[in-house]
Design a protein around this ligand. Structure first.
Ligand code: CP
Ligand code: NVA
Length: 322
């Protein structure tokens, strides 16, 4: 391959302009699901799961097939990775047979190691630290409802709840990349890693955005254009269920907090949602909620991302403008 091998391991692996290009492509896939077929051949994309999934599994399986490829879905229990085969050896094998590797796993260092040994693009399909595919879909959803991708820069987004989790980190980095004003609100003990906040601040500065991390939910949502939340108990944290519920009640997205946001503010949730916990049913099932568009946009955004990564590697811009 003469082109550039690129990966999507965390949201700031792409620049402002590259993120826009991927999202524009996502909009085109929304209009025409067979817009570009980079895997015609067909070629396989390995999609590995060390954690459960409904949306990521279905959107990557269907998306790869629609791109003309073959999705090879491998669950933890069905691979040697689950029995301790090194990540590097798995990368060396899969890279010989596939056009891309998509992986949902625990530590971020695992996808980084996969990328070190792979000679095909590696995509993070959620780690404990980041969920970049989800946030591409979330921004596509704002673009869908607010007049296109060019409207993203300058928007104010607010995320409430567990602010030390993968979604909070991804909103910080992806929002900063997009030139948004990103507000993150959660209780003490569940605020983002200062190193990630510092990265986000530096990126936001160069794109005209800003970062606010606060324990004040009302300050975060005031006049915001889009409100996000996520479960208070992420995958792998189930044993902490009792202790984790208590500190988050002030951050439940309810009618009062939605009322402080911009009048036409959107509500998004990556799902699965726990009604009565991080969000009330009046909000998630109400008129400002766009969560089903958001779930559908996983398909379009990830097809765009895979197509873009393949276009970089093949040095074939025609895949982006077919
Ligand atoms: N939002 C999301 O990633 O959903 P799944 O866990 O169902 O894939
Ligand atoms: N923070 C959640 C996101 C689920 C898509 C988790 O990691 O379980």
């Amino acid at each position: 391959m003469t082109g550039q091998l690129r990966h999507m391991l965390r949201d700031d692996d792409v620049s402002h302009d590259e993120q826009l290009e991927i999202l524009e492509l996502g909009m085109r896939f929304r209009e025409n699901r067979l817009f570009s077929r980079p895997f015609e051949g067909p070629q396989a994309v390995a999609v590995l799961f060390d954690k459960p999934s409904t949306r990521t599994r279905s959107s990557f399986s269907i998306g790869v097939a629609e791109l003309g490829g073959y999705p090879l879905i491998i669950d933890k229990g069905g691979s040697q990775l689950g029995r301790g085969e090194p990540v590097a050896d798995t990368a060396r094998v899969l890279t010989r047979m596939t056009s891309a590797i998509v992986w949902r796993t625990f530590g971020q260092e695992r996808v980084e190691e996969m990328a070190r040994y792979a000679t095909v693009p590696v995509v993070n399909a959620l780690t404990d630290q980041f969920h970049p595919c989800q946030v591409l879909a979330d921004f596509l959803t704002i673009a869908q409802h607010r007049g296109g991708v060019s409207e993203l820069a300058g928007k104010t987004i607010a995320y409430l709840g567990d602010s030390a989790n993968n979604m909070a980190n991804s909103y910080l980095l992806a929002g900063a990349t997009a030139g948004m004003h990103v507000r993150i609100a959660g209780p003490y003990g569940y605020l983002p890693d200062p190193a990630i906040v510092a990265d986000a601040e530096a990126i936001a500065k160069s794109n005209g955005g800003s970062i606010l991390v606060t324990t004040d939910a009302e300050e975060a949502v005031r006049s915001a254009d889009c409100i996000f939340t996520d479960t208070w108990v992420s995958m792998g944290e189930e044993s902490q269920y009792a202790t984790r519920s208590k500190p988050f009640w002030k951050y439940q997205v309810n009618d009062h907090l939605m009322g402080l946001a911009a009048k036409d503010a959107l509500f998004q949730h990556c799902l699965p949602a726990y009604r009565g916990k991080e969000v009330t049913s009046t909000v998630i099932d109400g008129p400002q909620s766009v969560v089903w568009d958001e779930a559908e946009n996983r398909l379009h955004a990830q097809k765009a991302l895979l197509t873009w990564l393949i276009a970089q590697q093949r040095e074939d811009p025609s895949l982006l403008h077919a």
